[in-house]
Design a binder for this molecule. Structure first.
Ligand code: RIB
Ligand code: CA
Length: 335
């Protein structure tokens, strides 16, 4: 049996219930070595997201991973208060975690990304699952960033699917379309994981029950958070279940799942003030000829997966139960 290659990762998030799932997935994955985490305002403010991230890291026995505060406001305008109706007022479904002892890093999220890129030239992977404000800022700080980073995976956008914040726009892109434009225009290996694939791979109540029954506080806390998330998605899918935006992006970034259809196409972001603001305009005109090469295009847009994602996600999260890294009593850590 060969040992999987572990890739250094910078993780940028707006923690958030599905961000929490993605973080836990990365920590459990043998293919990811998370070297730093930055937060950005999105589901919650960057500060609340950082607090949630620190608390989750402690619960998972990874309190040594540094967390840097990122942008509070998007490039244009101001943070508009997040999505408490989706993620709860505290961002993690009103689940209370024991407060972490660790504090924030002495650098911004963008500075952390630039530092890690120089420390791991050509091998650092970036996973961005919130608005792209920090990543755009890092590109301004270090224009050589695309050359230093092996690849960037982004949860965001909607190619052929409807939007989730307006008729056409997905939340991460809509919360900072100007930053998304800068990031998608940079010359690096980009994988975009849009709503097309994250809304068509769902987690069911039976999966949530498996997490709740786990003998470890991390899957158990995630199962509790998902109770809140499922209530929001019941209004969309008509049953207790949820989309899997961020953990799916994490799994694609580490190679835990593979894309089936993922053409490399031109993607532009609408930054007008009209009804299209925040839309990712993906050039999918090659659909009828199996997506022939598009000269100049650099963004791989994942439209479908090989296999079923939910069982893989649950199995990976349940692997916490086999680890001895977090010797925290369930009752004491998850209030
Ligand atoms: O549109 C879904 C995305 O927006 C996810 O990353 C979710 O966490 C929110 O940030
Ligand atoms: Ca997110």
């Amino acid at each position: 049996m060969t040992t999987p290659i572990s890739h250094p990762f910078y993780f940028d998030c707006d923690t958030g219930i599905d961000d929490a799932l993605a973080l836990a997935y990365l920590l459990a994955s043998l293919q990811a070595d998370v070297r730093g985490i930055g937060t950005v305002s999105g589901n919650v403010s960057a500060a609340v997201g950082a607090r949630n991230t620190l608390d989750l890291l402690q619960l998972a026995g990874h309190a040594h991973i540094p967390v840097a505060l990122g942008a509070h406001d998007p490039q244009t305008g101001t943070f508009r208060g997040g999505a408490p109706h989706v993620h709860g007022a505290n961002g993690i479904g009103e689940v209370s975690l024991e407060a972490a002892g660790a504090g924030l890093a002495q650098e911004t999220a963008a500075e952390m990304l630039v530092r890690l890129a120089h420390e791991h030239p050509g091998t650092l992977r970036v996973l961005a699952i919130g608005p792209l404000t920090n990543i755009a800022e890092a590109l301004r700080l270090e224009p050589e960033l695309p050359r230093l980073v092996e690849e960037i995976t982004i949860m965001g956008g909607a190619a052929l699917a409807p939007g989730n914040i307006t008729a056409v726009a997905e939340a991460n892109i809509a919360n900072d379309p100007e930053a998304a434009t800068d990031v998608l225009a940079a010359d690096w290996n980009i994988t975009l994981v849009p709503l097309d694939v994250t809304m068509s791979n769902v987690l069911e109540e039976s999966h949530r029950q498996e997490l709740l029954a786990a003998g470890h506080p991390v899957p158990q806390a995630l199962g509790e958070m998902l109770g809140y998330y499922f209530r929001f998605y019941e209004g969309i899918f008509g049953r207790a279940c949820s989309a899997m935006h961020d953990p799916l992006a994490a799994a694609l970034a580490v190679g835990g799942v593979k894309a089936a259809v993922a053409p490399v196409v031109q993607v532009d972001v609408d930054t007008t003030d009209g009804p299209g603001r925040g839309q990712t305009v993906c050039d999918l005109r090659g659909l009828y000829m199996d997506y022939p090469e598009q000269p100049g295009a650099r963004c791989r847009v994942v439209l479908s997966l090989e296999g079923d994602f939910a069982p893989h996600l649950v199995a990976t999260l349940l692997s916490f139960s086999e680890s001895t890294t977090a010797a925290v009593a369930v009752g004491a850590a998850v209030a």
